[in-house]
Write a protein that binds this ligand. Sequence first.
Ligand code: GLN
Ligand code: ZN
Length: 718
Amino acid sequence: MKTYAYGFPRLGKNREFKSAVESFWKGNLSEADTKKALDGIQANMLGIYEQNIDNFPIGEITGYDNMLDTAIMVGLYQPKNLKEYYELCRGKDALEMTKWFNTNYHYLVPNFSLIKNPNFSFTANKSSAYYKQFKKGLPFLIGPFTFLKLSKGIPANKFNDYLLQLAEIYKTILNDLPHVHIEEPALVMDLTSTEIATFKQAYKIIGASKSKINLITYYDSVDCLKELYDLPVSAIGLDFANGKKNLEIIKKAGFPKDKTLIAGVVNGRNVWRNDIGASVKLLDALAKIAPSLIVSNGAPLYHLPISLEGEKLDAALTQKLAFAKEKIQEIKTIAKAFETKKIPSMAAEKYFGLNKAVQKAVKALTDKDFVKAVSFEKRKALQKKLLNLPLFPTTTIGSFPQTEEVRRQRADFRSGKITEKQYNAFVQTKIQDVIKFQEELGLDVLVHGEFERTDMVEFFAQELDGIATTKAGWIISYGTRVYRPPMIYGDISRPKPMTVKEIAYAQTLTKKPVKGMLTGPVTIIAWSFVREDVPISDVAYQLGLALRDEILDYEKAGIKIVQVDEPAIREKAPIKRKDWPQYFDWAIKSFRLATNTDPKTQIHTHMCYSEFGEIVGQIDQMDFDVISIETTRSKGDIIESFEKIDFKKQIGLGVWDIHSPAVPKVEDMREVVKRALKVIPKENFWINPDCGLKTRKWEETRATLKNLVTLSAEYKKS
Ligand code: GLN
Ligand code: ZN
C-alpha cells in the first residue's frame, strides 16, 4: 500500500518561519535572505515527507498565507516585492482575516467588492517554481472553487463566470506539470446544485490539461461525492477521520475503477494516537470498494505541533500522543500493517485523570443550571443602579502589551531563576502601571492587563486539572502568530481560584470597576486538543462548572463585571448546517452554566475575527449583558445583522483593528460608531477595540486609546 501526506507544518522545528519573517519585518533580513529561509523550510518539509512517504505536495510553504498566494497567482493582487506582499497581510489596507473552515487558522480573505472588474490573469505560481527547482513532489494548489467560495464580495451572478475564468488559468498552469495536488476542502460545505454543476464544469476544463490531478478534500464528508466520479481527475482524497460519514457515502456510491482513493485515516486535527487496528479494518473495507487505495492523513497536519521530541510530558500521556512527525510514522505503520496484517500493540485504551465528583456534578445538572432566574431587562436595571456608568462607556478587551520584559520574567519564573513571590510581585507592579495608565486615559471600565497569562487558553489549562500543556507544541494561528494548544485528556476540575488574586488586587487600586477576565468553555475546547472518549458536551459542562466557581469567587471579592471571552464560538460550529443545532445546544448551555451567578454581576462576552452575522440569533441566546465584537476588518457588516434580530443587549463594536500596527484616527473610529448608532440605541453602546492589545506596542496603545476616549467624550457630550 502506498502512502500520502500533506499539510506538514511550515513553522519549522525551532519556529524558523516566524523568526525569518519577523526579521524581515524588522528590517533585519533582506528580501533575498527571507526567501532563502522560506526555501530552506520548504526543503525541510520535503525531506520529512520524502524519508517516509511515497506521495506528497511541494509548494505548500508561503510567506504568510496560501489563500493570498492564490489571489496573487491569478492576478488579483500584484505586490511588486516582499514588502508590498506584507502590506496586503498587515498594512493599513490589509485584507480581512477570518478563520479557515472550523479551525483556528486564519486566512486572508480576498475581497472582490474592493476589486473593480477583476481581471484574472496568470502571474506566477510558486509551486511550479519549486517543482522545477526540487524536481519532486506534486505541486500544491488551492483549487479555484475553494478559493472563490472562501473569498467575499462576489456577486451571486458572477460566481460561475469567475470560476470558469479561473479554470482556464489553472489549466494553463497544469499544462506545464505532470501531476498536481489540488485542495478543494470547500467540497465538504453545504453546496447548492448550481455550485456543484459549476464545479464540475470547471474541473472538466482544468482536467483537459496534460496533468494528472489529485483532488483533495478534508474536514468533513463530501456529500456530493458521486457527482465527482465522472470528472477527469486521477485521485480523490477523503477525510475519514473528520468526515465519518464518508464511509457510508462511499459504501452507497461505490468508487470509480479509473480513480485512486486517497484515504485520510490519520487525524491531522487531533493529537491522539491512531488506532492502527481500526484503521486497517477501515482500509480493508475501503479496498473492497476502491481497489486502488492510498493511505494518508485526514485534514492537513499543520493543525498539529511538529513533534513530541523534546517534550517532557507525563509518560502515560506521551504514549497516547502523536504530533505531525509521529502522524507521518503512523501513516507508514498503517500501510505496513495493512499488508502484513500484523497490528502493532497499543497503549491501553483507558484515559486517565478521571474525577468521579466532576462526572457526578455534570450528571446532576438540570435546566435551572442553564437558565438565569432574573430576566435580562431586570438585570439591566439592577446593574445600572449598581455600576452607574456614563453613556458610551469605554473599555478594552483585556490584555495589554506583552513586552519582552513580561515574557522574560515569566520564563525566569518557569525556569526557577526567580521565585513565585518575585514573579507575583512583578505582575503586581505591571497591574499597578496598567491601572494608572487606564485611569490617566480616562477609560470607564478597567482591566488588569492579563500580564500573568501567556495565552488566554493555555493559562487556564495550566490552572485546571485534567488538561496538559506542552513546552514547544506551537502551531500557527495566523501569519507568524503561534500558540500551544493544550490537551484535554481527563475530567476537568479547578483545584483553586485561578485569576481572583490578580483581578481583586487590580480592584483595590481603583474606584472604577475592574472586569474579571475569563476564557469561555467553547474557546478552551476549540483551541485545545480534546479527548474523544466522552461527548464533547460533557467536557464543555465540566469547564462551565469550573468557570462558574471562579465567578462566584470574583463576586465574593467584590468584582462587579466579568467578561467571558468566546471568540471561537463561530469557528467551532460544524461546517454543515445540519450539525449546528446539536453544537449550539451545548455551546450556548456551557456559557449559560458558567455565567449563571449573581444577577447583579454584569456579564460581558467578547468575540472576534469570524463571520458572526449568521449566528447572531445563537449569540443572543447566550444571555449575557454586554458583548464586545470585532468590527473593523469586516467593515461593519456585523452591525446590520444585529439589526435584523432586534438585539436588546448592550454592545461594543470594535473601532480599532488590533492586528495592525497602524494608529487609527478619531475620524476613522467615528465612522464605525456613526454607522452603528443608526442601528443600536445609544444607551446600549460601548466603545472598545476589536480585541485584546497583547500584540501591540505601548506607544500605539497609548495613542489609539487616547483617540478612543476622545471619541467617546465627544459622544458623551452630544
Ligand atoms: N481577553 C482576551 C485578550 O484581551 C481576548 C483575546 C481574544 O479574543 N482572542 O487578550
Ligand atoms: Zn478577540
